[in-house]
Design a protein around this ligand. Structure first.
Ligand code: FES
Length: 105
């Protein structure tokens, strides 16, 4: 599946992600600079914060309680905020669009 990252200045990067991996892993592997992923995907850092595009919010779903708690540490949290290490890639997420924040926590 392909994922499109749109940065805070409108720059677009499309990367191919493996099914079963996470959006954070796909970003780090492809050097999407706005995603840090400091804790390696353990839901313990909030440096993989993204905004899920409106059109994809239903498909991606809501954060679980542990992720909600960690999102408190992210900057400029919005209703469509997610930690990208907690978004697992499925085939039906092909074409997913996520927006990256101007800075990470
Ligand atoms: Fe640390 Fe996602 S990589 S919370």
């Amino acid at each position: 599946p392909f994922i499109k990252f749109v940065d805070a200045r409108g720059g677009v990067m499309v990367v191919e992600a493996a099914t079963g991996s996470t959006v954070m892993e796909a970003a780090v592997r492809n050097s999407v600079s706005a995603i840090v992923g400091e804790c390696g995907g353990a839901c313990a850092c909030a440096t993989c914060h993204v905004y899920v595009d409106e059109a994809w919010q239903n498909a991606v779903g809501e954060p679980d309680p542990m992720e909600e708690d960690m999102l408190d540490f992210a900057l400029d949290v919005r209703p469509n905020s997610r930690l990208s290490c907690q978004i697992r890639i499925r085939d039906d997420l092909d074409g997913l669009v996520v927006h990256t924040p101007a800075r990470q926590a």
